[in-house]
Write a protein that binds this ligand. Structure first.
Ligand code: C2E
Ligand code: SIN
Ligand code: SIN
Ligand code: FE
Ligand code: FE
Length: 380
């Protein structure tokens, strides 16, 4: 009789628990299916883990094989934390593929106390298991810390977190691929930019400076973050068309003849031709910048003689960034100008070569631009 009753109670309790579990799972799967930001995805998975196994906190870690690190985000400030991929329980799970269910972390030789010491947090129980992708390669780890109301995580918690880890593996893989693609894209773009400049013996830092100046000026001009970022990544390619200019002209130590300068000017159209057929947003931006970075506010620029607002704001911004850097640097054909001469030039070219509003923003925030120039100074 008593046994019967106990079983009944247990069964109904179990049913209630699994209802809550299912509701939680569905709630989070809904949120995650809409998520496009890897950082937010990691936080959602961690939140889900916390609820599923009643942990005080949960962290989802991703393995970076190239850097031999595992990384995660700390919270909604989206600060990345990175540790060696051999360190602590996470490192052990990732290296060996085992699930670790630890009652008291302090009794385990693998426990790394540094984080507790820094944060004042007291870690007791830990449940840590690897996350694998579809092919079974370990791509990260799921770590739950401090089981609430019990001395350690149960066998059932292991089962439930395994389920979450399997789901995490499937959903994180496409994110990692996107991240990889985005990083690759940025790297190719920078390399292309450097190629354009290296032919004219300018340094790789020139393209970095132009990128940062363009970004800073875009922000000052009130462009949305997204467009400012587009400019940052695309502006390094403004001179890519120089790859098609003969060395005899590009590397000529002295002043160009009129005919040589006409050839030189074609780099803007060549650059535009390289990118114009692309359907990719970033390369479309690059096409505009390559095409229009030598247009002038007064309509006397090249290659199209566009005027004022007829010049895309990306072209107007890159023009300021490019010339500021060109004047401040040694070229085969000229020495770097002193700063006073450069600022005087920009004032004189207000509403002539450059849009006046941009010149004002630039000169009003000159410190910001000089800090960038310092940070990416040419050595040697
Ligand atoms: P760059 O060296 O990157 O210069 C970019 C722009 O910065 C120039 O566009 C120009 O607007 C400005 N700039 C650079 N140096 C000076 C300068 O000493 N005085 C003034 N007022 N502005 C300067 P620009 O003139 O359309 O030239 C485009 C590219 O053509 C230059 O890119 C450079 O690669 C080449 N180039 C221009 N002039 C000469 C030259 O006399 N000799 C050689 N070898 N190349 C030249
Ligand atoms: C890291 O592995 O240290 C950071 C990961 C990343 O930025 O992709
Ligand atoms: C270009 O002409 O450089 C691209 C199209 C545009 O003007 O925005
Ligand atoms: Fe140019
Ligand atoms: Fe340039």
């Amino acid at each position: 009789m008593i046994n019967q009753h106990t079983r009944e109670v247990n069964r109904s309790k179990g049913a209630a628990n699994s209802d809550i579990l299912l509701a939680t799972i569905f709630e989070y799967m809904g949120k995650m299916s809409l998520e496009t930001d890897i950082h937010k995805m990691l936080l959602l998975l961690a939140d889900l883990g916390t609820k599923l196994v009643q942990a005080d906190r949960c962290t989802v870690w991703l393995h970076n094989r190239d850097r031999h690190t595992v990384w995660t985000v700390a919270g909604h400030g989206v600060e990345r934390i990175s540790i060696p991929d051999t360190s602590g329980f996470v490192g052990r799970s990732i290296q060996t593929g085992v699930t670790l269910n630890i009652g008291d972390a302090y009794l385990d030789e693998h426990f790394n106390k540094t984080v507790d010491l820094e944060t004042g947090y007291r870690t007791r129980s830990i449940l840590c298991m690897p996350i694998s992708n579809q092919e079974g390669t370990i791509i990260g780890a799921f770590q739950a810390i401090n089981k609430i109301g019990m001395p350690s995580f149960t066998a059932n918690d292991e089962k439930i977190l395994t389920f979450a880890a399997t789901y995490a593996g499937k959903s994180l893989e496409s994110f990692l691929l996107q991240d990889e693609l985005a990083e690759t894209q940025k790297e190719i773009i920078e390399t292309l930019g450097e190629l354009g400049e290296s032919r004219s013996q300018e340094t790789g830092n020139h393209v970095k400076r132009v990128a940062e100046y363009s970004y800073a000026l875009a922000k000052l001009a009130g462009l949305p973050e997204e467009e400012a970022m587009e400019l940052r990544y695309a502006s390094p390619m403004h001179d890519i068309g120089k790859v098609a200019i003969p060395d005899a002209i590009l590397l000529k130590p002295g002043k160009l003849t009129d005919a040589e300068y006409e050839t030189m000017k074609k780099h803007a159209v060549y650059g535009y031709e390289i990118f114009r057929k692309s359907g990719r947003q970033l390369l479309k931006t690059a096409a505009i910048i390559a095409h229009q970075h030598h247009e002038r506010w007064d309509g006397q620029g090249y290659p199209s003689g566009l005027k004022e607002d007829g010049i895309h704001v990306y072209g107007r911004i890159t023009a300021v960034a490019d010339v500021f850097d060109a004047l401040g640097s040694d070229r085969v054909y000229k020495k770097a100008w002193p700063l006073e001469k450069i600022t005087a030039y920009f004032l004189e070219q207000r509403d002539r070569q450059f849009e006046g509003r941009l010149v004002d923003l630039f000169l009003d925030h000159l410190d910001e631009f000089l800090a960038i120039r310092n940070k990416y100074a040419d050595r040697g």
